[in-house]
Design a binder for this molecule. Structure first.
Ligand code: ADP
Length: 551
């Protein structure tokens, strides 16, 4: 044809090796256009040929890799428009390459994440540097999962970005785990905060302490203090508690046993907090102690509350006791004092007058008139003393009553409530059997309760010396025809038959510190309610004191 030609072919070299050569031929024509010569140029292109082959092979390999690796891979032009998605990516979205190209892929991004993802992508494009973003992407089946988008630029020789390459990594499971961890962490922190319990960990080999925010809140470290070392934690402990706590901790380290200690800490401002710490030894496979992990609870409020409560209830009980005793003692003391005072004066008068009288009669000339006068004065003083006694008796038996409808069971329950902790302290087991059908009586609540309390006191006293049997106390109410009855049965020392008549007499007592006035007052109270009170020895050990009051 006479046209220039250009082809490549392997040509054997002198040493027998074939190499690729490019063969180019150009015709030389004369003025009439006739070809007169061919100029032929042979160029060795073997190296280039091999490189091209290798390149083709590696391109095939790369395409295979990109489509096989289990990631979503993509590339985009310098302006950020996507122009390639690997098969995994397209399969994942359920998109065709056309659908995904350009900005098509963004239709698979969760609408809530789109704005943030777009902003980040624009920033990365503007910066020309690698970057990443997180967003949810819709799978072909409609399910959204979290992905990490990573993009890296490819630069030309001048440093200009010519392409972007990227992968999207499924981080849904990691995200979920992170969320769960965050939730459980904040849950733990919240619990620590609410329960005022801090966590700590002591690395035995390194001698390092780790501590949670809550325990730091409790111990209030100063910026200069090193909370990662044990001395800080021990230095906070109250000097009186420290040796005990430190010894206990040392013991647990040596014995690898559970650690428990309650102690006071003194904060930098001098205030005192109560802590209760527990620890658990962690031992590795070789049996060596690795660390202690533990908790420390701030018990200050709790401690204050309970001790206040305790103090308050102690105080209350004491007050109640003092009051009930005081009423008795005051009655007796008052009585005794007024008896002494009121009776003493007429008595000394009687003695003086009587001796004057004797002296007058004994004289050589007895002074009859004078003796009569002093005898009269003696009678006057005697009457005055009798008056005093009568007044006292009146005071005793006819005290003003405040009558009101009264449920004997209620009154009894109140006394039991008042007195039960005393009984418990004395190891007395109290049983109460209060009748359901008990009618109301008309009575003075305070006075009736005084009687019941007195019977309980006596019963407890009677059992104080008992140690070979249960100190059982039964308090029982019953209806008995037109009366209500209350009985207190004890298992104490009991009463002798010949005592029975004297028990209710004033000042009869068999106790070293007894006044002997309780039962006599009780009797006067019950009688002023038109009732009756009596005592009987039990069949077994102890005695029963009972009273009845008409309905
Ligand atoms: P006090 O208790 O001060 O002695 P009381 O008048 O209450 O005065 O009691 C008088 C006495 O009655 C007591 O000292 C005791 O000897 C006797 N007594 C009272 N209750 C009982 C009882 N439950 N068991 C045995 N003896 C009792």
């Amino acid at each position: 044809s006479g046209k220039p030609y250009d082809f490549e072919a392997r040509i054997r070299r002198f040493d027998g090796v074939y190499r690729w050569l490019q063969v180019r031929g150009l015709p030389l024509r004369d003025s009439t256009g006739q070809i007169v010569r061919w100029y032929v140029l042979l160029a060795d292109v073997d190296d280039r040929k091999r490189a091209e082959d290798a390149m083709r092979a590696s391109e095939r390999n790369l395409a295979l890799t990109i489509n096989t690796i289990p990631v979503l891979a993509w590339s985009a032009a310098a302006d950020g428009r996507a122009d390639f998605f690997n098969n995994h990516y397209l399969d994942y979205l359920g998109f065709s390459a056309e659908e995904a190209r350009g900005w098509g892929w963004t239709s698979a991004i969760h609408r809530d994440d789109l704005a943030a993802l777009d902003a980040t992508w624009q920033n990365i494009l503007a910066s020309g540097a690698s970057g990443e973003a997180e967003a949810r992407m819709r799978r072909h089946d409609g399910a959204y999962r979290w992905f990490l988008f990573r993009a890296s630029p490819l630069h030309d020789e001048n440093g200009r970005v010519i392409r972007w390459y990227g992968v999207n990594i499924d981080i849904e499971d990691r995200k979920r785990a992170e969320d769960a961890l965050r939730r459980s962490e904040s849950f733990l922190l919240e619990i620590q905060r609410i329960s005022h319990t801090g966590g700590w960990r002591y690395d035995v080999a390194a001698g390092i302490v780790e501590s949670s925010p809550e325990i730091q809140r409790a111990y209030k470290p100063l910026p200069t203090e090193d909370i990662t070392k044990p001395p800080f934690w021990f230095d906070r402990i109250h000097a009186e508690d420290r040796p005990r706590v430190e010894a206990e901790f040392e013991r647990c380290l040596v014995e690898r046993s559970e650690y428990q200690a309650g102690y006071r800490i003194v904060l930098p401002d001098g205030s005192i907090r109560y802590q209760y710490a527990t620890g658990h030894p962690i031992v590795n496979d070789d049996g060596n102690l690795v660390e202690f992990i533990g908790a420390s609870m701030d018990m200050t409020e709790h401690w204050l509350a309970t001790s206040e409560l305790q103090q308050a209830s102690d105080a209350l009980r004491e007050l109640q006791m003092t009051m009930s005793r005081a009423v008795q003692v005051a009655t007796v003391a008052e009585l005794a004092a007024s008896i002494a005072h009121e009776v003493n004066q007429p008595l000394s008068g009687i003695i003086t007058n009587a001796s004057t009288c004797v002296r007058m009669l004994d004289a050589d000339t007895p002074n009859i008139d004078g003796a009569r006068e002093t005898a009269r004065r003696t009678i006057r003083d005697g009457n005055r003393a009798a008056d005093v006694i009568a007044r006292l008796r009146a005071l005793f038996s006819k005290r003003e009553l405040t009558l009101e409808p009264l449920d004997l069971n209620d009154a009894t329950r109140e006394v039991i409530a008042l007195y039960s902790s005393d009984l418990q302290r004395n190891s007395v087991v109290l049983e109460s059997k209060l009748a359901d059908d008990l009618p109301q009586i008309n009575g003075d609540r305070i006075q009736i309760q005084q009687v019941i309390l007195n019977l309980l006191h006596n019963a407890a006293d009677a059992m104080a010396a008992v140690s070979d049997r249960q100190r059982e106390l039964l308090i029982r109410t019953e209806r008995e025809g037109d009366r209500v009855r209350l009985a207190v049965r004890d298992a104490g020392v009991g009463i002798e038959q010949e005592q029975i008549d004297k028990l209710f007499d004033p000042f009869y007592s068999t106790k070293s510190a007894g006044m002997g006035i309780g039962l006599s007052i009780s009797r006067s109270i019950i009688e002023s309610h038109h009732g009756r009170i009596w005592a009987t020895p039990n069949d077994g050990p102890g005695a029963t004191f009972a009273f009845t009051i008409p309905v």
